[in-house]
Write a new protein. Structure first.
Length: 290
């Protein structure tokens, strides 16, 4: 049995309770969810563009609490596009419309905020091992590097389609060696940079065949070195090796199980289960990858 067949077989084993699909603004309902992250206890956090809030779920996807509303005051949101969990457990949220990062504890208590440039339109966020913050800016076609206090240290990339250049970057992830993987959405590819920000490689191009993309968005790396990318325009996700070799795919347009309509954020839990935000279907789906 080849690996691709085994993977498709695994996709059919969607575990009961690991999909939540309700449109609305009540607890456990969604309106255009965008980002997803898990803490060390397996709690699931989801940002919603339509409801301008964060929801927290148990590992069984039972709603626990939510916080946020549309606005510009402290703990308000305007398009919270993504979030990540720092090593200390704090939740870093990109409040894109308000051009800031909001940092919460795991119960939704606001700890502090970090302002972003007025010219920015940030999307993806990831925390490096040294605590520095990496942000993708779709307006400036670059990656900001901030220290933990929000001071800008450096940048990666510039506008364009040549090696090392970016167009409307979104998702970000580090591998175990500290290499940075950037979803270069406008160029329909994945770019890889060294821990020092030097361009290393890229793969992908526009299309719908294996290894091609149409407006990719989110990215997640497993401890074993698998790379998963949400291929939003093709309503699917794809799996690659660390050097960009295509491994498998799943999904297709629709609202049935294992189908997507504009998949966005993506992450993995400690058991290797894959969580994908199915944005325009207003739901979260999860798949085993082992």
């Amino acid at each position: 049995m080849d690996n691709l067949f085994k993977y498709y077989l695994a996709l059919l084993l969607l575990l009961p309770g690991w999909a939540r699909a309700d449109f609305g603004d009540n607890p456990g309902e969604f309106s255009f969810p965008s980002g997803v992250a898990l803490d060390g206890q397996g709690h699931i956090y989801v940002t919603e563009l339509g409801n301008d809030r964060i929801q927290k779920f148990s590992p069984e996807l039972e709603p626990l609490q939510s916080w946020g509303r549309f606005g510009q005051d402290s703990a308000d949101f305007d398009d919270p596009v993504s979030l990540t969990i720092a090593p200390d457990g704090n939740i870093y949220t990109v409040d894109s419309g308000n051009r800031r990062i909001l940092v919460f504890d795991q119960e939704g208590g606001l700890l502090y905020q970090l302002p972003l440039p007025d010219s920015s339109r940030c999307y993806g966020i990831v925390i490096a091992a040294n605590g520095n913050i990496y942000l993708s800016d779709q307006a400036q076609d670059m990656i900001y590097i901030l220290n933990p206090e929000g001071l800008r240290l450096d940048k990666i990339g510039q506008s364009g389609s040549q090696p090392g250049q970016l167009r409307k970057p979104r998702g970000l992830a580090f591998d175990s060696q500290g290499r940075l993987y950037v979803v270069d959405t406008g160029n329909n590819r994945i770019c890889v940079f060294s821990p020092l920000g030097e361009y290393l490689s890229s793969w992908g191009s526009y299309g719908e065949n294996e290894g091609e993309f149409d407006s990719p968005s989110g990215i997640a790396l497993s401890p074993s070195g698998q790379i998963f990318v949400t291929d939003s325009g093709n309503d699917r996700f794809q799996e690659f090796s660390l050097d960009g070799v295509f491994q498998s795919t799943g999904g297709g347009i629709g609202n049935e199980e294992n189908q997507f309509y504009n998949p966005q954020g993506i992450t993995l839990d400690q058991s290797g289960n894959l969580y994908i935000v199915d944005c325009d279907n207003h739901r979260i789906q999860s798949f085993p990858t082992q």
